[in-house]
Write a protein that binds this ligand. Sequence first.
Ligand code: GLU
Length: 430
Amino acid sequence: MTTVRVRFAPSPTGYLHVGGARTALFNWLYARHSDGKFLLRVEDTDKARSTDEHTQVILDGLTWLGLDWDEALVFQGAQITRHQEMADRLLREGKAYLDEGAIRLRVPPGEIAWEDAVHGRISFQGEDIKDFVILRSDRSPLYNFAVVVDDIDMRITHVLRGDDHISNTPKQIAVYRALGAPLPVFGHVPMINGPDGKKLSKRHGATAVGDYQHLGVLPAAMRNFLALLGWSPGGDREILTRDEMIQLFTLEGILKKASVFDTTKLEWMNGQYLSTTPPEELYDLVAGPLAQLGADGDRAHILRAIAAVKTRSRTTLDVARQVAVRLDAKFVELDEKAQQEIAKDPAGYKASLVASVAALQGAEWTTEALEKTLRALAETRGVAAGKIFQPIRIALTGGTVSEPVNELLYVVGKAAALKRLEIAAAAVRV
Ligand code: GLU
């Protein structure tokens, strides 16, 4: 059996688009599933628009997503002599002809069809495809020619790429035929749309992989999310490890219809990954944004805070913001809901805080003891525990949702927490 050899062939004329990343991921998954090779070819023949920075951004994006490639990186621009040789060969063999100095491929009449791994049989007529230029008069190759010469040289067995390339495929098949080379399997992966059903674009929000990295998405979550854009592992499981995806990935599992890039789902998925990632692993990702916010704290304190908030966060930036609130009172800002709650009964809010301060002063600062102390206080005052917990939560965080209040108190620390409660109580005018 021949070894599966697939490739991702980005043009370094822009950043790594999520659609490109998804194509790369499918190729990578297929290679790893089949014990094959995943190759990378930088299609930098458009010298005017290709830059080294873009190449670097694309490589960084793939690396961030954990998509490691095999063999040496191929630069299409370095293969130009080879493209020219092949065009000259077709010219000599009469399969191509000169036209104003350019070399044009003769497209014979008759059917050009292939069994697409995603869509089934797709067929064009040679008559409908005009003879096309493969080498310009300045001897630079065109995409539909260079891509085939390179795929043959790299012994590519499966070409998996976006649906937008379907119209190129008959031209490329004509090149394979002219060169007398066997066809690879073609599989065209459906497009990614925005929630409005239109092709995903910047109008829908961030479309660069790097943007999601900077917004605080974890690479494993992004990879999992991208995998489900146009692929179904079967069943309704959505959270899959790298190895599970590799094991389950098949070309048959690629869906025929366009998928929807839903950022709410991405955030949900990222939240799932955040909740299962140990605080130590999140530390470095949170430390940067924390420093940017101007928050200070020792490692142990930051780790405690990460552990407390990560299950209620959607991104690592979100984690950092919540950690900052727990490290330093200057980040506490009363949100609208909190203000409304205080406004309902300012006197009750104040009285509850004052009583809590009194009760907490002598408390042992462990989550168990704090819980007991506050429940006992609620009982003494004859109120529901929430009446004690919620004012503390608001005073310590400025919001109405957080980890359990005993954990929150523990994370903020005794001296800092008592101070915040006292100041909050004093600030209420009744
Ligand atoms: N450079 C082409 C692109 O980025 C490659 C297409 C292909 O995979 O053949 O669209």
